[in-house]
Design a protein around this ligand. Structure first.
Ligand code: SF4
Length: 93
């Protein structure tokens, strides 16, 4: 299946999460895009905020049940209080 087909299938299967705390806050949950100029420290800061939102979210349990199937590791974004891991390359000094 194509990437678009995978995404469409995941969206069709997504549960209704009416009290999702992430609604309107996608900027916290988005993955790291190197071309954006955002630093990994900034990514870590907003992903920490996203995980904190998830931990208070009334939809955490159904979201986690769904996302464990729909978004296996490695993650590209924060979901259900799980976060992607980025390797930090240290510059040679
Ligand atoms: S647990 Fe996190 S990702 Fe899932 S609905 Fe709640 S805020 Fe959104």
């Amino acid at each position: 299946m194509t990437a678009w087909g995978d995404l469409a299938e995941a969206l069709m299967a997504a549960p209704d999460l009416p009290e999702a705390a992430c609604r309107g806050r996608h900027e916290l949950f988005d993955g790291y895009e190197p071309s954006s100029g955002e630093t990994l420290d900034d990514v870590d800061y907003r992903h920490t905020a996203a995980v904190a939102l998830c931990r208070k979210c009334p939809e955490l349990l159904p979201c986690r049940a769904y996302s464990n199937e729909a978004f296996p590791y490695p993650l590209t974004h924060v979901v259900a209080a799980r976060r992607p891991q980025y390797r930090i390359r240290k510059e040679a000094s």
